[in-house]
Design a protein around this ligand. Structure first.
Ligand code: SAH
Length: 520
């Protein structure tokens, strides 16, 4: 390998901020990098909501603290970045907040420069401004302060702080202390000793911008006691200044319809974003952890033969779908087989279309097919009964659905004398996200997740498989389910069941609002 080859093989490092916690505060650039990086090096401040955005096949290296353990030393992190870039990789170094605000990002860049590794910096939204904003505290305000100052409260090895309190007090601006929970007492005392009024408003803001955000507002004289009473712990920032008093009036984040709520979504990735987006718009924090994914069965000879039978059948006939994915895979498969819909539907005999619920019906409408039968309640048995009622004996039903679909669909049809041709189009494969598993288990145990949503029985089984049969107390989980069949699967594990009134994402959102919505 000559020098030019070497050069070409060198990767690049993006030092990027991930924002303070709310995944919506990720920059567009950072979001794109999360999708496209070869390897992501991240630490403890990266929330589960953000981790859930990392594609499953992206390599990740965790360099933060494990409970009780020490974090990976900085020089080792520097070396990891160098090592990965030298392998020719696109390396994303993801840090909480902004990477150059108390993130030791500068040291990482110096190492990259000395090793001649190309890099870019992607600024992030820093907690020092965003966390107050989510608490209703503007860091500046014309009537109260004309500057704000961000200070580290991190103590030196001997426990002392290197803060010039006299200068700070003289500045008369808003003071924002990061990494300050353990040195709170010293900071407040330092300010008082330097002459700050003891009744100056002060706040401590814990886990800002997340569903778990908490605010304690007091004064420089009382904040320590109030904070202890509330049991505030890290990560948190201390804000000192008159603007803190505005929070009582300007608070907003927790007042959103689903503010302060966190949900775990288990649907397959291709369907995830609609429900997640709706819940986020209402102020919820949403962790997406697909418990299953689908794999189309291709080539699909049985489908080909069934379609030929369908075309030839002379009496009435039904094309039946039980999921939006089934609809999409059906049309993808037709495309792969170069089959024309007109030949499938254009044979002799009247063709009707059945759909299990409104989402499936919607998917069909997208292909120009308006279903003739959609049962009122979303269940395989109801669909079977519905179709049977509308049919004469001798009709043909081609059921295009998942492998091992519900058995309840078939008996009503065969009892009526229909010929039910059950053709698997795709299979459901259970999925575990190793990045999220431990964190999600911890959150479930701590009651940090208000509800888990399930949109099929397979998502319930996939979720239990991912968490382990005895991994968590399933009885403590509130399961918001899309239909009876899904609810039955969740009941098997003792979960507390809530069922959406209809089989649609809007109905799921409605149910969640009814259960968890702030009625403010
Ligand atoms: N680079 C980061 C700061 C890293 S230092 C930034 O720009 O935000 C870590 C400190 O940031 C924590 O000790 C805490 O004081 C603060 N912090 C980060 N995220 C926070 C959050 N969501 N809520 C409260 N404080 C946070």
């Amino acid at each position: 390998m000559n020098d030019t080859d070497m050069q070409e093989n060198i990767g690049k490092v993006w030092l990027a901020g991930a924002g303070p916690g709310d995944a919506g505060l990720l920059t567009v650039k950072a979001a794109h990098l999360i999708e496209s990086a070869d390897v992501i090096v991240y630490d403890a401040l990266i929330s589960a909501e953000l981790l859930s955005r990392i594609p499953q096949d992206t390599e990740t290296i965790y360099v933060g603290k494990h409970s009780g353990n020490h974090p990976v030393p900085q020089h080792e992190i520097n070396q990891i970045l160098v090592r990965e870039a030298k392998k020719g990789k696109k390396v994303l170094r993801l840090k909480g907040g902004d990477p150059l605000v108390f993130g030791r990002g500068g040291e990482e860049l110096e190492t990259l420069v000395s090793e001649q590794i190309p890099f870019e910096v992607v600024p992030g939204i820093t907690s020092s401004v965003a966390v107050p904003a989510y608490a209703g505290i503007p860091v500046t305000h014309r009537d109260y302060t004309s500057s704000f100052h961000v200070i580290t409260g991190h103590a030196r090895k001997d426990g002392t702080l290197s803060i010039d309190f006299d200068s700070l007090v003289r500045l008369n601006g808003t003071l924002v202390f990061l990494m300050s929970v353990s040195s709170m007492e010293k900071i407040l005392k330092g300010l008082s000793d330097a002459g700050m009024e003891p009744d100056m408003p002060a706040s401590v803001l814990e886990r800002g911008t997340t569903a778990g955000q908490r605010r304690v507002t007091a004064t420089v004289g009382t904040l320590k006691a109030e904070s202890d009473r509330a049991g505030i712990s890290t990560p948190a920032i201390i804000v000192v200044g008159k603007v803190c008093a505005l929070a009582d009036e300007l608070h907003w984040a927790e007042d959103r319809p689903l503010g302060g709520r966190q949900f775990l979504l288990t649907r397959p990735r291709q369907n995830m974003s609609v429900l997640a987006g709706k819940l986020r718009d209402l102020g919820a924090q949403v962790i997406e952890m697909p418990a299953v994914h689908t794999e189309p069965i291709f080539p699909n000879e049985p489908l080909k033969r069934a379609l030929e039978r369908f075309e030839r059948h002379e009496g009435g006939k039904w094309l039946v779908f039980t999921s939006p994915i089934g609809v999409n895979v059906f049309f993808d498969t037709l495309k792969e087989m170069k089959m024309d819909l007109r030949s499938v539907l254009g044979g002799t005999g009247k063709v009707r279309i059945g759909a299990i619920g409104s989402a499936t019906a919607d998917a069909l409408c997208g292909y120009g097919l308006i279903p003739d039968a959609v049962p009122e309640t979303y269940s395989a048995e109801e669909l079977g009964k519905n179709l049977a009622e509308m049919s004469e004996p001798g009709e043909y039903a081609l059921i295009a659905r998942a492998e091992r679909g519900s058995e309840d669909l078939i008996p009503p049809l065969t009892d009526k004398g229909l010929f039910a041709d059950d053709i698997p189009l795709y299979r459901t494969v259970y999925e575990v996200n190793p990045l999220l598993k431990e964190e999600v288990m911890r959150m479930l145990r701590n009651g940090e997740i208000d509800a888990v949503t399930f949109t099929s029985a397979s998502t319930v089984r996939g979720f239990v498989r991912a968490m382990g049969e005895n991994g968590i107390d399933y009885g403590s989980i509130c399961a918001v389910c899309i239909g009876e069949q899904t609810a039955r699967a969740a009941t098997e594990y003792g979960m507390q069941i809530e069922i959406a009134d209809q089989a649609s994402m809007d109905a799921m959102v409605e149910k969640i609002l009814e259960l968890f919505g702030n009625k403010r």
